[in-house]
Structures are given as C-alpha cells and as structure tokens.
Design a protein around this ligand. Structure first.
Ligand SMILES: *Cc1c(COP(=O)(O)O)cnc(C)c1O
Length: 408
C-alpha cells in the first residue's frame, strides 16, 4: 500500500526552494479547487496567471485527450501539425510572422535575448551587445534571464553572471534616453510588471522606448509572459498600448495550464537563428501545441475579451467596497484580470499573511512582493464565484484585522 503524502512529505523529498502551503489541492473545476480533505476554494490565482480558462475546461480536456491518442512527441527532425497550426494562429493574430516554441516563460525569454544578441552580432558586430532591462522586472530563472531581470535577489549568489546587461528605473524616459546607444542590442520590458507589484508601463514610456530602439537599431522585446493571452482584456497587452515590439514572448496562459511558450518575431530578425543556432527538445511538441491552439481560439473570442473587461469592474468595485470598510489598500491597480492591491502603510510587508488568511477562508490569492495582493483568476470566472470569493475574502481580512487589534 502506498503511504499517503502530505505537506511534511515535501520537506522530506523536495529541494527547499519553495515554501508551499499546508493545503494540497487535488482537484479543480472551473474556478473552484478542492484539497485533500474535500475543502473548497475559490481560485483568484489562476495557478499563477496560468489557468486562463479555469481548471479542466472540457474543450481543453478533449483536445488533450484526442492528441494523447494520436501523437505525443517527435524530434525536431520532423515538424508536426499542431505546432504548424498554432504558429499560423499566432501569426494571424499578432504583428509576428515567425514563431519559436519553448516550454516556459524563461525559455521563451532566453530565446528572445539570444536572438537579439545574434541579430546584432550578425548585422552590426560584437560591440552591439548591451541589453537594457528595468528594475523590478522579472524575466525568468535561467541564469541569463535572472540576470536580465531587475531584482537582485534572483541572481545573488550565482555569480559570475552574464555581462552586458544594464538596469534602469522603470517608466523613466529620461534615464532610457540617457543610457541607450549604438551598443544597445535590445530593450526588454514587461508592459505591466507582474512580479514587481502589478505596475503598468506608462504609454508614453513604451512609445519613447519604441522610438529610441528604432533610432539606435536596437530590438524592442515585450515580455508578455504574464500579460499575454487575454489577461489584460486584449489578446496581448501591446495591442492596447499601440506600441508594437520586434519580439514578444508568451507563456503562462498560452497553454491554459499545459506547459508551452512561444517567442514571436519578424522573418528578418528570425533569420539570425540559422540552422542549429538554438533549439528545444520539447518545444513545439504536439500535445502542448494542440492544447494551446484551443486556448488561443477560445480566448480570442471577442465576447471572452469583453468579459475580461467586465470582470475587471466586478473585482474593482468589490475590492473598493472591501477597502471602504477595512482600509487595507493604498491602491487598486492593473488591467483586465491582472489586479494588484497595494497594502497601505499599516500592512506593509504582510501580503503573505493576508494570503494565508484568505486561504483559510476558502480563497486562493497571489502576492506580488511583500506589499501587494495579486489576483489573476480565470478569464471566464462566473459572477457567482467572483461574489462568493470576494465575500470570503472580506470575512478573512476582517478577521485578520480583528486578531491584529487584539495582538495590539
Ligand atoms: C512568470 C514569468 C516569467 C517566467 O516564466 P516561467 O514559465 O516561470 O519560466 C517570465 N516573465 C514574466 C513577465 C513572468 O511573469
């Protein structure tokens, strides 16, 4: 007989780079999740901005099962129909006309950064290798992407780090104007910084970044790993900003919970990746691409995207009402269903504590740093679940506040 597994098992057999909750979810349907004890949770986390169509969406389950009976994997010596179809869809829906598939956001960014280096190297020589990135940015956990990311805690202790990377303050036009030069090969930016606390870019900042990149022949890379695939109420956030990048990366929501990532670009830039320059064993596998095709199809429905903007209002109003009564947030920000609630001075540094409180009342949340609660639910979360979740959240927060008063 198999021994039951629980939270303690984690400490016995897993590398301690996470500190997971005591709750172990075992099943999900739509925006509800159940744990080992059958307790129910409303999911305002969406995995981590991943499950755009909720858990176990029947259409996605069917696609996955159909493909599972057909073909799982081939080497890149052969291409496959699901990958070709997904690439066609991505090209038809965006600025891009070339696609590279990977398995995670970090890998898509790794490909984007390598492509930018290679393109600059081939066209302008080895001196044009500087990558400009922004403080607070998160681009993944490979050594290159963690070094390009703008939070030192993710690269400290892993030195020596890859060189030729410059960090500037986010949304600071003057700093970018000052720093960019003919040595810059790429500027990489999140249209909304997710991990840093749900911080949207100023439209003027992105517009100026576009102009400067054109002027200095640098490539503009948008990391849309968190903002992409309907999250902000348009298919990709760049569409709303009216600023088109040269390279865009997409992951998280793209597979609706199945691992897949894509790097999108133009043919002229893509050409710098010649035969053998880059690759991935699992990237573009038929299972992932078949599911992602369906995700893209479903999310592209104008009614779904309109629904995201509508749900943003439900959340905003509900959270504002909570705040009127409980006074926790100094700001409620974000777009579509990527929402950040910045904690006021009294609650600074205590986001994780509030996440735990919400969990014990049956709501799953995310945090974005120690000072921000983050919500990134399914794009099709039913109104009933939004209301019930917010009600539970309010009760959880009120209880936490009362306990806080008692503790003095
Ligand atoms: C999550 C995230 C990544 C990393 O994606 P992984 O799939 O974890 O490698 C990169 N960039 C942004 C903006 C993200 O939110």
């Amino acid at each position: 007989m198999k021994r039951p597994v629980d939270r303690q098992t984690f400490d016995e057999v897993m590398v301690p780079n996470y500190a997971p909750s005591d709750v172990i979810p075992v099943r999900g349907q739509g925006s509800r999740v159940w744990d080992q004890y059958g307790r129910e949770y409303i999911d305002f986390a969406g995995g981590i901005a991943v499950n755009v169509l909720g858990h176990c969406h029947p259409v996605l389950v069917d696609s996955l099962c159909e493909q599972a009976h057909q073909l799982w994997h081939l080497s890149n010596v052969w291409t496959n129909e699901p990958a070709l179809r997904l690439a066609q869809q991505l090209c038809a829906a965006t600025f891009a006309d070339r696609v590279f598939f990977a398995n995670s956001g970090a890998e898509a960014n790794e490909a984007a950064l390598k492509l930018a280096r290679k393109y600059a190297h081939d066209h302008y020589g080895p001196d044009k290798h500087q990558i400009i990135a922004f403080s607070g940015a998160f681009h993944g956990r490979t050594l290159f992407t963690a070094s390009v990311g703008g939070q030192a805690k993710y690269s400290e202790g892993f030195e020596p780090l890859p060189g030729g990377i410059l960090h500037l303050p986010y949304n600071d036009i003057a700093a970018l104007e000052e720093a960019i030069s003919n040595h810059t090969c790429a500027v990489i930016v999140e249209p909304i910084q997710g991990e840093a606390g749900v911080l949207p870019a100023d439209p003027a900042f992105l517009r100026r970044a576009r102009e400067l990149c054109d002027q200095y022949h640098a490539l503009l890379i948008f990391d849309e790993v968190q903002t992409g695939v309907g999250r902000t109420g348009v298919l990709y956030a760049y569409m709303d900003y009216g600023v088109t990048p040269d390279i865009l990366t997409s992951a998280k929501a793209l597979g609706g919970g199945f691992p897949v990532a894509a790097m999108l670009t133009h043919q002229e830039i893509a050409a710098a990746f010649t035969l053998g320059s880059h690759g991935s064993t699992y990237g573009g596998n038929p299972l992932a691409c078949r599911v992602a095709s369906r995700v893209l199809e479903l999310v592209s429905d104008p009614a779904v995207l309109q629904g995201v903007r509508e749900r943003h209002q439900w959340f905003r109003e509900g959270l504002q009402e909570i705040n009127r009564e409980l006074s926790l947030f100094s700001d409620i920000r974000g777009k579509g269903l990527l929402i950040g609630c910045a904690l006021n001075s009294r609650w600074q540094g205590r986001a994780r504590e509030l996440l735990n409180a919400a969990q014990s009342m049956g709501v799953m949340l995310l945090i974005a740093g120690p000072d921000v609660l983050r919500l990134a639910p399914s794009l099709i979360i039913p109104q009933e679940d939004v209301e019930l979740g917010l009600e539970r959240l309010k009760r959880a927060l009120a209880l936490r506040i009362a306990a806080d008063r008692e503790e003095g």
